[in-house]
Ligand binder design. Structure first.
Ligand SMILES: [Zn+2]
Length: 131
């Protein structure tokens, strides 16, 4: 775990030079400014970015594409929503539902898994406005 630079500078000169800071933890290594998508101008900023990196790796949310992976911009589909719902609400709270949740969600995911949530909401509201 630590901060490094891939350049020839040493010591204090290295802390201040313009080369990119890299952070590594548990065998993962990323360019911190690329990963956080912001400018890292000082060692303090590099330290902060490294904290975010180690936290992400510890939490299992690490994505080498960055702190805000581009995948998050894709539409939330029913399948993804169901997975998040299951992790956050059902399993996290240890609800009785947890034993049957996969069984219950399976047919819904098979049918709607790839549908963006926004589209499903639209369909539901059109249906209910008719009644
Ligand atoms: Zn340097």
């Amino acid at each position: 775990m630590g901060l490094h630079k891939i350049c020839k500078h040493k010591g204090r000169a290295r802390d201040r030079c313009k080369h990119a800071w890299w952070g590594s933890f548990r065998g993962r290594r990323v360019s911190l400014s690329k990963w956080t998508n912001r400018e890292i101008k000082s060692k303090a900023e590099a330290d902060k970015a490294l904290d975010e990196l180690t936290a992400a790796i510890r939490d299992g949310t690490f994505d080498e594409r960055g702190i805000d992976p581009p995948a998050d911009n894709s539409p939330m589909t029913f399948g993804k929503f169901a997975e998040v719902y299951k992790q956050r609400h059902v399993l996290a709270k240890g609800l009785a539902l947890s034993t049957t949740v996969d069984y219950r969600l399976k047919p819904l995911i098979e049918r709607f898994g790839e549908r963006p949530i926004a589209e499903i909401k639209t369909l539901t509201s059109t249906t209910s406005s008719r009644t």
